[in-house]
Design a protein around this ligand. Structure first.
Ligand code: NAD
Length: 509
C-alpha cells in the first residue's frame, strides 16, 4: 500500500486516506472503528461462535475448500488489490501471498481434524484411570497483523483459528487495509456464517481496543515496540497471546558453500519485498577465504535487479515515507561511521519517490544502526570473518532471534551451526522458507517474539487442552477418600516404598 493520513473526524470517527506507494495516487479511505464498535463486533462474534463450532470439522473444511477455489479462480482480482497497496511485483505477490494462502487453506482443511483429535495417552501410574485430552476452541480470537504480508499474514491465522472452531475479529494494518478486507470478502463468498469473522478498519487505537475488548486470545504479528504493549495488556488481563515480531537475521556463509549460489540466495533473502520481510537476511558473515568471490557475486546479482513501477521487476518501493526515512537513517549512520557502499546507497528517484536502491554495505561494525536495529528495507551488510566460530559468535550478538540461514555443503555442519544459532528457525542453503512449512514451529527468540505458530502446537494454540480423567476400573479400597486413618497411612507407605523404591515398582514410573 499506501500512506496513511488522517483527514476528518465526524461523529467520533477518524478517517484515514490511503495512497499507492508506487504512484502516490489516492487509493481510497477507511473509517476507523471506535472502541465501542470493536466491543460490539466481539460480542457478535461470541454469539455466533457456538453454532459455528457445532458445524464440526468437515463443514468448516468445506468452507475452506470453497475459499480455496475462489482464490484460485479469481487470483488476479486478489493480486490487483495487494499489488495496488504494496507496489510489489505480481510474481512476488503470487509467491509470497497467494501460494502460501492457498496452501494454508488446503493444509488446515485436510489436517485440522487429525491435528486436533482427542488424545488418550496411556498413564504411567494411575492405571485405573483413562485420560482424554480434548482440544476445545478458546472462543473469540483477536488477530492483529502488519502491512508487509498484508493478505497471507491475515488469512493464515484466521484459517487456523476458524478450523479450531473459534470466531475471529481481525484487525489488519491501517497501511494495507484493503488486502486485509479481502480475507473477510473471501470467507463471506465461501459461505462462512455471519459474524463468525469480522474485519475491522483502523490503526493502533483500534488494535488496542481489540486487545482490551474481551477476546480470549490475541494473535499478534508486528513490531517489537507494539508487541511489547500487546503482551503487557494480555498479561494484565491474563489472556494468552502469541507475538510474532521483528528480526535482524544473520547468515553464515562457510568456505565449503557453493559460493555463487549462496550469493544468489542471500540476495533473494535480503531483497524480497524490498527487504520488508521479517525473515529478511540482514547480516551476512562470510568466511574470509571465500569472501572476495562471494562479495563479487553478490554485487553482480544486486546490480542486475530491476526496480520498476509496473511490468516485470524485482523490487518495489518502500511502503510509506516513514519506512523510507528509517532506511535512509540506517544507511547514512553506517556511512558516517565508516561503512563502504558497494552498490546502491540512495533513493531511486528516477523510478519513484519511495524507491530505495538495493544496497550492499561492507566494513560495517556492530555498533551501527544497520547491524543492531531492524532496517526493513533493501539493505544488506556483509562482514568478513576469520572462521565459522567467529561468524557464530557475531551472529548471536543481537537482541533479535527470529531467522537465520547457513550456507555449506556439509549437512552435519549445517545442523551443528543451526543448533548453536540463537534463532527460532534456521534454513540450510536457502532463503528463510520456514513460514511456508506448516509442519515447522515458527516463532522468534529473544525480542523477536513469544510463542510459536504452525507446527504440532500452532493449531492447538487456538484451543485450550482440556484434560478429562475417566474411570476405567475401581479399586475395592479407596485410600484417598475420607476417613484418613493410621492404617491407610501405613498402606500408603508400603505402596510408596514398592513403587518408588523397588526395581519392579519403578517400571511403573
Ligand atoms: P506495527 O507494530 O507498527 O503494527 C502492527 C499492527 O499492530 C498494525 O495492525 C497496527 O495497527 C497494530 N497496532 C499498532 N499499535 C497497536 C497497539 N497499541 N495495540 C494493538 N495493536 C496495535 O508493525 P508494522 O510496521 O505494521 O509491521 C512491521 C513489523 O512486523 C516488522 O517489525 C516485522 O519484522 C514484523 N513482522 C513480523 C513477522 C513475524 O512473523 N515474526 C511477520 C511479519 C512482520
Amino acid at each position: 500500500m499506501a500512506i496513511v493520513e488522517p483527514v476528518t473526524s465526524t461523529n467520533g470517527h477518524r478517517r484515514l486516506r490511503l495512497e499507492s506507494p508506487t504512484t502516490r495516487r489516492a487509493l481510497g479511505e477507511i473509517t476507523v472503528h471506535t472502541a465501542a464498535e470493536v466491543r460490539e463486533r466481539i460480542a457478535a462474534a461470541r454469539r455466533a461462535q457456538p453454532q459455528f463450532e457445532a458445524l464440526g470439522f468437515e463443514k468448516r473444511a468445506q468452507i475452506m475448500r470453497r475459499a480455496l477455489s475462489i482464490l484460485l479462480s479469481q487470483q488476479e482480482r486478489f493480486i490487483d488489490v495487494i499489488v495496488g497497496e504494496t507496489g510489489r511485483s505480481r510474481m512476488e505477490t503470487l509467491l509470497m501471498e497467494l501460494f502460501p494462502a492457498c496452501d494454508s487453506l488446503a493444509y488446515y482443511a485436510k489436517h485440522a481434524e487429525r491435528l486436533l483429535r482427542d488424545e488418550s495417552p496411556s498413564l504411567h501410574l494411575l492405571k485405573t484411570k483413562k485420560l482424554v485430552i480434548s482440544y476445545r476452541p478458546l472462543g473469540v480470537i483477536g488477530i492483529i497483523t502488519p502491512w508487509n504480508g498484508p493478505f497471507v499474514l491475515s488469512l493464515n491465522p484466521t484459517v487456523q483459528a476458524l478450523m479450531a472452531g473459534n470466531a475471529v475479529v481481525l484487525k489488519p494494518s491501517e497501511v494495507t487495509p484493503f488486502s486485509g478486507k479481502l480475507v473477510g470478502e473471501l470467507f463471506a463468498e465461501a459461505g462462512l456464517p455471519p459474524d463468525v469473522l469480522c474485519v475491522l478498519e483502523g490503526d493502533g487505537e483500534t488494535g488496542a481496543a481489540l486487545v482490551e475488548g474481551g477476546v480470549d486470545k490475541i494473535s499478534f504479528t508486528g513490531s517489537v515496540a507494539t508487541g511489547r504493549k500487546v503482551g503487557e495488556a494480555c498479561g494484565r488481563q491474563l489472556i494468552p497471546c502469541t507475538l510474532e515480531l521483528g528480526g535482524k537475521n544473520p547468515t553464515i556463509v562457510c568456505a565449503d558453500s557453493d559460493v555463487p549460489r549462496a550469493a544468489k540466495g542471500c540476495v533473494s533473502g535480503a531483497f524480497l519485498n524490498a527487504g520488508q520481510f521479517c525473515c529478511a537476511t540482514a547480516r551476512i558473515y562470510v568466511v574470509d577465504s571465500v569472501a572476495d568471490a562471494f562479495i563479487g557475486h553478490v554485487v553482480e546479482y544486486v546490480r542486475s535487479l530491476k526496480q520498476a513501477r509496473e511490468g516485470e521487476f524485482d523490487l518495489g518501493p518502500a511502503i510509506w515515507p516513514r519506512q523510507l526515512e528509517i532506511i535512509e537513517r540506517h544507511v547514512n549512520d553506517a556511512v558516517t561511521r565508516g561503512a563502504r557502499v558497494l552498490t546502491g546507497g540512495a533513493r531511486n528517484r528516477e523510478v519513484g519517490e519511495l524507491f530505495f536502491q538495493p544496497t550492499v554495505l561492507t566494513d560495517v561494525t556492530d555498533d551501527m544502526l544497520v547491524m543492531r536495529e531492524e532496517t526493513f528495507g533493501p539493505v544488506v551488510s556483509i562482514v568478513r570473518v576469520r572462521d565459522e566460530a567467529e561468524a557464530l559468535r557475531r551472529a548471536n550478538q543481537s537482541a533479535y532471534g527470529l531467522a537465520a540461514t547457513v550456507w555449506t555443503s556439509d549437512h552435519a555442519k549445517a545442523l551443528r551451526l543451526s543448533k548453536a544459532l540463537e534463532t527460532g528457525h534456521v534454513c540450510m542453503n536457502d532463503c528463510s522458507v520456514t513460514y511456508g512449512i506448516h509442519e515447522a514451529p515458527f516463532g522468534g527468540r529473544k525480542q523477536s517474539g513469544l510463542g510459536q505458530v504452525h507446527g504440532p502446537g500452532g493449531l492447538k494454540g487456538y484451543c485450550y487442552a482440556q484434560s478429562i480423567v475417566l474411570e476405567r476400573t475401581r479399586l475395592g479400597q479407596e485410600d484417598a477418600f475420607y476417613p484418613f486413618t493410621d492404617q491407610k497411612a501405613s498402606t500408603m507407605r508400603k505402596v510408596m516404598q514398592w513403587v518408588f523404591g523397588s526395581r519392579l515398582g519403578r517400571l511403573f514410573t
